[in-house]
Design a protein around this ligand. Structure first.
Ligand code: FES
Length: 124
């Protein structure tokens, strides 16, 4: 049963457009609170069959994680890797397991599937 959309959910893509191993980046629609605010970005991917999304922001320095569009994984394709200092994060939990922010976490975004679309909700 579908639930009505609320303004704080935003569509990222159709569920069928996100393939295993693919990372999809998106800009998070948010009200501007301060003229100096940088736009927030996030990324979504499939963990098994489940779509997950995180803020694209390393807990170490707050910079974006990826070094190229859509490239988030380490060379072994096991962990999300920060391109700046190489921190590694578990895809399923966002926990940093090695690097300067070890023990910290990526910020998860709420994810839901609505009418065949993957939707996310910005952190509050
Ligand atoms: S900025 Fe990501 S590990 Fe340093």
């Amino acid at each position: 049963m579908s639930t009505p959309s609320t303004p704080d959910w935003q569509t990222v893509c159709d569920l069928n457009d996100l393939q295993p191993g693919q990372f999809l980046e998106f800009r998070i629609q948010q009200p501007i609170r301060d003229p100096g605010d940088m736009p927030l970005t996030g990324f979504a991917f499939l963990e098994g069959d489940e779509p997950l999304a995180y803020l694209n922001q390393c807990p170490h320095l707050g910079v974006e994680l990826n070094w190229m569009p859509g490239r988030f994984m380490d060379s072994g394709n096991l962990f999300i890797q920060c391109a700046t200092h190489g921190a590694l994060f578990k895809p399923g939990t966002g926990e940093c397991i090695t690097g300067p922010c070890m023990g910290e976490y990526l910020i998860p975004l709420d994810v839901r599937i609505e009418s065949g679309e993957i939707q996310i909700r910005a952190p509050r």
